[in-house]
Design a binder for this molecule. Structure first.
Ligand SMILES: [Zn+2]
Length: 350
């Protein structure tokens, strides 16, 4: 056995007591495969009345098979699900929504701005892709590369799904099941619709991708779901990392003993993990500031210097990271953004 396998086994051993703790609270983790780089996505079955499914996994036969088998092993059927809760707008979390809602007749609960978004997922995803394309162009990604990446994005769209949200929740709304109350809390940053579900009595937080144990959540620059127009000028682009850090600070204050994320094992010390995420951000911002020492750069220039070829194949993800950290540097007064030309450049403040 390679040391890698041993490492994975140790990690699994470590996770088991936390998974068991969730199970004791009637919350069952079901890791469903996805075609995405992130690997499996965590769906949760809450044995309560109604039987509740948190996130569905992507729209694929393989995911449906595995989800159905996992639900079956717990002694239930998809047809028994009475409530589907969606944590956010990404397709690895909601692609089976239409199929499961149709088969079960379940009610669907999601953040209120996801109602219109999910009415026509394909149109929403197309608008998101157009927005990403504008952001990439404005921040120095070569036109042909942006276009090629947009085509790749389009090819994945079938893993998503439209769906009718029957209960639209706002920040602070409560979901009442027979044995528990879950408070929906809006935590934008990773996506504009990120919603976490808090069981105050049990001190368990169902977090979606807001906080993950093994990887830091990407603060993706997403098209705003409502409010201002979907323009992509430098001045009005969303400040995803700034929003995300504000959301993390709110979560850090919560007395959670168990946090169940959308990928990877559960977490027992979320406050320390959030501190670690803050430290990583600070280090990364420092590195970006040093890269600007030798002159003005675009976000794409910086991404290429930091990640090489990954900045090409994952251009949107990496410039989202760079722009997020540049926003922090602009906020603390160390960097200036110049968007007077068609491509935005960033400079160290003299
Ligand atoms: Zn996500």
């Amino acid at each position: 056995m390679s040391s890698g396998d041993a490492g994975a086994r140790d990690a699994a051993d470590e996770a088991e007591p936390l998974i068991a703790e969730a199970r004791d609270a009637g919350i069952h983790l079901m890791a469903v495969p996805t075609p995405f780089l992130v690997g499996r996505v965590n769906c949760y079955l809450i044995e309560d009345d109604p039987l509740t499914l948190v996130d569905t996994g992507p729209n694929s036969g393989k995911s449906l098979d595995e989800l159905e088998r996992a639900i079956g092993e717990l002694g239930h059927r998809i047809e028994d699900v009475g409530l589907i809760v969606i944590t956010h707008q990404h397709m690895d979390h909601l692609g089976l929504l239409e199929i499961i809602a149709r088969r079960s007749g379940a009610e669907v609960t999601a953040f209120h701005l996801l109602g219109p978004y999910l009415e026509d997922f394909s149109a929403s995803a197309t608008a998101d892709d157009d927005f990403s394309m504008e952001v990439m162009r404005r921040h120095g990604v070569p036109g042909e590369l942006a276009q090629a990446l947009q085509m790749v994005g389009g090819a994945f769209r079938a893993f998503g799904s439209s769906g009718r949200v029957t209960t639209l929740v706002h920040d602070g709304d409560e979901l009442t099941l027979r044995d528990r109350t879950l408070t929906a809390l809006h935590r934008p940053g990773h996506s504009p619709s990120d919603t976490v579900f808090w069981d105050e009595r049990r001190e368990i937080l169902i977090a979606g991708d807001h906080l993950l144990s093994r990887i830091s959540s990407n603060p993706l620059i997403s098209r705003p779901l409502a409010g201002h127009a979907a323009g992509a000028t430098a001045a009005d682009r969303p400040h995803a990392l700034v929003d995300y850090m504000a959301s993390l600070r709110r979560t850090q204050e919560m007395p959670a003993r168990l946090v169940l994320g959308g990928h990877g094992p559960p977490m027992s010390d979320h406050a320390a993990l959030i501190d670690e995420r803050f430290r990583m951000s600070q280090r990364r911002a420092g590195k970006i500031l040093r890269l600007l020492d030798d002159g003005p750069k675009t976000a794409y220039d910086i991404a290429c210097q930091m990640w090489g070829n990954v900045a090409v194949t994952q251009a949107f993800l990496t410039i989202s990271e760079v722009l997020g950290h540049l926003d922090l540097l602009i906020a603390d007064g160390s960097v200036i953004e110049d968007d007077s030309d068609t491509v935005t450049v960033f400079t160290v403040r003299a």
